[in-house]
Design a protein around this ligand. Structure first.
Ligand code: ZN
Length: 266
């Protein structure tokens, strides 16, 4: 369970205050004073998708997803690292292969306030383009979302359903911490899409959900950002452009900085 939630329980925070963590006004009532809150840094774990022997999607002109995700992830890390009160950790900072379990483990070990997985996959429809974001759901928002999650989950050759590996997970999902994690994940997805929508092309129905193994930490709010589709020539051309990657990272950094300073994160 999230340490702050435990502390609030220990301090006798009213039950409604805990259950209502999604509500900004209510959350204020159960928060410590602003001065004390500032002392606790927010931990953001950035997860550049794929890497090493797993290139991820490959564009028609040869752009590799693993290179795009690492570049955007590094830039996002650099920008967030400059923000006050934020600590950043990257699951990988080189062309390295990591299993999905390892990525989840890093997020949990860091006690991350937010885990952001960065991708640029391919879509079955070559016309599909634009940014979208995913949160975890057993039920995918549509068939494509389901197929994408399945493809991602098999990418490291594991094909393991973490939830079935860890008996504790099912129990943890039922507690208040899990409810807060879900609310925070949804808030992150909405904020990212809102912000990106002001400046970038979005996929149709950009707020999506699917059963991504990398989003399965029961105690870490997690979101997966598809920065675009390498199966689309326009997206591939844009994602090849370093300035475009920087812009995507800047939008994410700005939004995440604001996000983690407010409820349900703070
Ligand atoms: Zn991917």
């Amino acid at each position: 369970m999230n340490r702050r939630v435990l502390l609030r329980i220990a301090a006798g925070a009213p039950f409604l205050g805990l259950a209502g963590l999604a509500l900004p006004g209510d959350a204020l009532a159960s928060q410590p004073k602003a001065a004390a809150r500032k002392a606790v840094p927010r931990v953001i774990v950035i997860d550049p998708g794929h890497g090493g022997k797993d290139p991820g999607a490959i564009g028609a002109k040869g752009l590799l997803e693993k290179d795009v995700t690492l570049d955007i992830g590094r830039e996002l890390g650099r920008l967030l690292g400059r923000a006050k009160g934020i600590q950043v950790r990257l699951t990988r900072d080189s062309d390295e292969f990591l299993t999905l379990r390892e990525r989840v483990r890093i997020g949990r070990a860091a006690k991350a306030d937010l885990f952001i997985s960065i991708h640029a996959d391919s879509a079955p429809n070559r016309n599909a383009r634009g940014l979208s974001a995913y949160t975890l759901s057993e039920t995918a928002s549509d068939e494509f979302a389901q197929a994408l999650a399945k493809q991602e989950n098999l990418a490291d050759g594991l094909g393991v359903d973490i939830q079935h590996q860890d008996a504790d997970v099912a129990a943890i999902l039922l507690d208040l911490s899990a409810r807060r994690v879900k609310t925070a994940s949804l808030a992150a997805k909405q904020a990212i899409i809102r912000a990106a929508g002001r400046e970038l092309t979005l996929l149709e129905n950009p707020m999506r959900s699917a059963n991504f193994a990398v989003l399965k930490a029961p105690d870490v709010p997690s979101v997966l950002v598809e920065t675009g589709f390498l199966s689309n020539p326009k997206d591939e051309a844009q994602l090849r452009d370093p300035a475009r990657r920087k812009r995507i990272a800047a939008i994410l950094a700005r939004e995440v900085t604001g996000l983690v300073a407010t409820a349900p994160f703070a």
